[in-house]
Design a protein around this ligand. Structure first.
Ligand code: KE4
Length: 439
């Protein structure tokens, strides 16, 4: 039995200080009907709560901690940077250094702008797409999440091509009507919308590998269809790689699937755990951004030197370090993830529990579902009660997972073979608990 007395007390106090006691909703553990451990520190693949419990961490701060927590190279670089000050609000060499590093890895990005969150990156990319094309409408996909800007907090309207309805109070009907939402992986739906309205659509924004309905992969040919349809209609294709960037492969989904978007949004890993995101792409488009062009976008802490430092050191580790067998970092992460999922699948079979296991490089997840999971409806049809039982059984055994069926898990270079084996054994017990809960 996990002892969480101090976390419980901290959570009660936090609820009087922040909405729901947290600064981001998913951290409240509301989706799994239990209380969140308050974290004291983390190192490598381990995370420690204020009650002294130790966990193997597969959340990795929702993606950024790809080289593990408190990596010595990142800590050292930050310690040196902080002694030179924390923010200048002025151009620095480190911003150019990180920009160059990102462009080496993402050749589709010819010019980029640093911002402070994935929300800011996608919001800015959409404003730019509207400014560049002179069009108002955008298309997003049901189940994909791109941060909390108003245009993107929109659900599908009643009909496929009809305009959106706000998914949150505070989003105006006027804003929502310019967003069209269609099912992910549905070839006919996107083709119909683009055939009917493509010439009025500024951008199609997509998580090329979806991570916010659980981990869901694009069907064969789907991303190529999006590229073809957007080119046909002069619509910009925006890849939101905030999550799958540096995860699906070092060069993200665009490298893994060989599709070149017009704009790319990055985040999480390029900050190495500090607040960094970016949007970038074709020079002719990006040169419309202020002060080079008329599309306004700004930020006090954009390109913050500490954040740039953590991001650059993280990317240097990803591109320089190799496993003992010489495999590059991304290959090593993919193999670690594959080993974990093969173990989970074997344990689930032993327990007589059907799961779907999805992997894209070092991002992964499972669904308690008999059939394939291709879209949000499929994800919603998975057994969420089973997920809760499994999640709690894993947490009890010291395995720290995302507290929602609709999130994705992440491997890091710090996860040892021993810890992966331990996680597989724990999953075996957790799948047995699921089977018992169904009897
Ligand atoms: P942020 O504004 O949270 O930095 O990024 C928004 C965002 C944009 N695009 C994608 C594909 C994303 O996954 C995200 C944010 N991811 C969530 C995890 N599902 C962050 C965790 C949270 O909301 O607390």
């Amino acid at each position: 039995m996990l002892h969480l007395e101090k976390s419980l007390a901290a959570f009660e106090e936090a609820k009087n200080l922040m909405p729901g006691g947290v600064n981001s909703p998913v951290r409240s553990y509301a989706n799994v009907d239990c209380n969140p451990p308050f974290i004291a520190r983390a190192k490598g693949d381990r995370i420690y709560d204020i009650d002294g419990n130790e966990y193997i961490d597969y959340v990795g701060s929702w993606g950024p901690m790809v080289v593990g927590h408190a990596h010595p190279r990142v800590v050292k670089a930050l310690q040196e940077a902080v002694s030179r000050g924390t923010s200048y609000g002025a151009p620095t060499l480190i911003e150019s250094a990180l920009a160059k590093k990102v462009m080496e890895i993402y050749p589709s990005i010819e010019i980029l702008r640093m911002v402070n969150s994935g929300t800011e990156a996608t919001m800015s990319a959409l404003r730019l797409a509207r400014g560049y094309t002179g069009r108002d409408k955008i298309v997003k996909f049901i189940g994909c999440y791109h941060g909390h800007s108003d245009s993107l907090l929109v659900n599908a309207g009643s009909g496929m091509a009809t305009f959106g309805v706000p998914s949150s109070p505070g989003v105006t009907k006027g804003t929502a009507q310019d967003t069209i939402s269609v099912p992910y992986n549905d070839f006919d739906a996107i083709t119909k919308v683009m055939d009917e309205m493509g010439d009025a659509i500024a951008a199609v924004i997509v998580e090329p590998i979806a991570g916010n309905m659980g981990c869901v992969l694009p069907k064969q040919g789907y991303l190529r269809l999006l590229r073809k349809l957007t080119e046909q209609h002069g619509t910009l294709l925006i890849f939101d790689e905030v999550m799958c960037g540096f995860r699906a492969s070092l060069g993200g989904a665009q490298a893994a699937y060989g599709i070149t978007p017009d704009l790319t949004c990055l985040g999480k890993i390029i900050g190495g755990g500090m607040p960094v995101a970016a949007y970038g792409g074709r020079r002719d488009i990006m040169m419309k951004v202020s002060p080079a062009g008329p599309v306004y976008q700004a930020g006090t802490l954009s390109g913050n030197p500490l954040a740039m430092t953590a991001g650059l050191e993280t990317l240097n580790i990803l591109t320089e370090e190799r496993a003992e067998d010489g495999a590059d970092y991304s290959r090593m992460l993919t193999l670690k993830t594959k080993k974990l999922l093969l173990g989970w699948q074997a344990k689930a079979r032993e327990a007589g529990v059907s799961i779907q296991a999805h992997q894209a490089g070092s991002m992964f997840g499972i669904f308690f579902h008999e059939g394939e999971v291709y879209d949000y409806d499929d994800a919603c049809a998975s057994d969420q009660e089973a997920f809760k039982v499994w999640f709690k059984a894993m947490l009890e055994q010291g395995i720290y997972l995302a507290p929602s069926q609709f999130e994705t898990l992440f491997m890091s270079g710090a996860h040892s073979d021993e810890d992966i084996d331990r996680t597989i054994e724990a999953a075996g017990k957790a799948f047995q608990a699921v089977a018992a809960s169904r009897r």
